[in-house]
Design a protein around this ligand. Structure first.
Ligand SMILES: [Zn+2]
Length: 273
């Protein structure tokens, strides 16, 4: 019986029967994988108490040939990233990335850069205050899009192949890049994007991570980058992301979203459709 053991970040969990859980991990060695945690809802000994979203665990189990769902026997909690659970802005921003991974990553395709980026992101989300939160989230979003292979083409117009050096430019998510003013009539989905945003997008991957942490975008660059990333992800998945409905209702200084104090954030998120 092939025994499996790995490090994984919990990116989804669904109750299954009275005491089991279907747990989806983003693992170090296997990429995304889902297993069934037998008795996971009850066994504190084998499953470290409550297994929350974002937790880093080391798990063991086995995969029986011919049966697609591996059985997870034990999870040892390595880092719960617990603070994320208590801050709505961090929690729903984190859920947005979990949705991206759940929808865009195929199972059993390991990508250590995605694993490293998620652990860096979850670490950031545990202490988000005063660290250019929205700008940093945009940068994580751009990095994940690049790692998923959705990076936009921003050097030339995808309609006529001319160098994109005009003042008025557009971005088309289906084409995956820039469209010039002359070609715009052939790309009705394309929306305007400024040269400042294009310059940042062209450079951000070359910026080292220390400098990246100090960046702060202007509101216009922030808005345009968010629109570009979301339109690309919507086009690739064919779906809206339910966490965005929450994120857009939380501002930096107040929390416009009504959070019922008796409910955990996870429950509220799971109820949304
Ligand atoms: Zn053109």
């Amino acid at each position: 019986m092939p025994i499996i053991t790995d490090h994984g970040l919990i990116i989804n969990k669904i109750p299954y029967g009275e005491s089991d859980l279907l747990i989806t991990f983003y693992t170090l060695s296997r990429g995304k994988m889902t297993g069934i945690g037998k008795g996971a809802k009850r066994s504190k000994k084998r499953f470290s108490g409550r297994l929350e979203l974002f937790s880093l665990v080391r798990f063991t189990g086995f995969a029986k040939p011919g049966i697609s769902l591996p059985r997870i026997d034990e999870c040892e909690l390595l880092d719960p990233y617990q603070e994320i659970q208590y801050q709505p802005q961090a929690f729903f921003s984190g859920c947005y990335f979990l949705e991206i991974i759940n929808r865009c990553c195929p199972e059993y395709q390991a990508n250590r850069q995605i694993f490293a980026l998620l652990t860096e992101l979850f670490g950031f989300l545990t202490t988000p205050a005063g660290r250019n939160f929205t700008c940093q989230i945009r940068l994580f979003e751009l990095q994940i899009i690049a790692l998923l292979g959705f990076a936009p083409l921003l050097d030339y117009c995808l309609g006529c192949r001319n160098k994109a050096n005009q003042n008025m430019l557009f971005f088309d998510p289906e084409a995956g890049g820039l469209i010039c003013q002359s070609c715009h009539h052939r790309y009705p989905q394309a929306f305007p994007i400024s040269r400042g945003t294009i310059a940042i997008l062209n450079k951000f991957l070359q910026i080292d991570s220390n400098l990246r942490k100090k960046l702060n975008f202007t509101p216009q660059i922030m808005d345009e980058t968010a629109k570009l990333c979301r339109s690309l992800l919507r086009w690739h998945t064919g779906q809206e992301f339910k966490s965005l409905k929450y994120i857009d209702n939380i501002d930096l200084f107040g929390q416009k979203t009504v959070i019922k104090p008796t409910d955990s954030l996870s429950k509220q998120f799971n109820r949304m459709s």
